[in-house]
Design a binder for this molecule. Structure first.
Ligand SMILES: [Zn+2]
Length: 89
């Protein structure tokens, strides 16, 4: 179970997060979100899914991810718990 845990905001495998998770306001670890998405008790990005998707897609391409893979990965984000609520509203 822990092996397949992904960030509930961006979908990155938590095992790839160098910090091992986001941080809560009290300094404890937040196991639901990665350190890129969640720090000091709040999301590092506040906005809509299409905006967030675009940021992530460009960042992945910037890190050498093939365009198709980046597109495929960000398309799956609508299924993540953080965005599911926004999408169904
Ligand atoms: Zn994340």
């Amino acid at each position: 179970m822990t092996m397949s845990k992904m960030c509930e905001s961006c979908g990155m495998p938590m095992s790839k997060d160098p910090q091992g998770g986001g941080t809560n306001a009290d300094g404890t670890k937040n196991p639901d979100y990665c350190s890129y998405c969640y720090a000091d008790g709040k999301f590092t990005f506040e906005g809509t899914l299409p905006e967030f998707r675009e940021i992530c897609r460009k960042a992945m391409i910037g890190h050498g991810t093939p365009k198709f893979m980046a597109w495929l990965f960000t398309r799956g984000m609508s299924r993540l718990p953080r965005w599911k609520k926004q999408v169904t509203q």
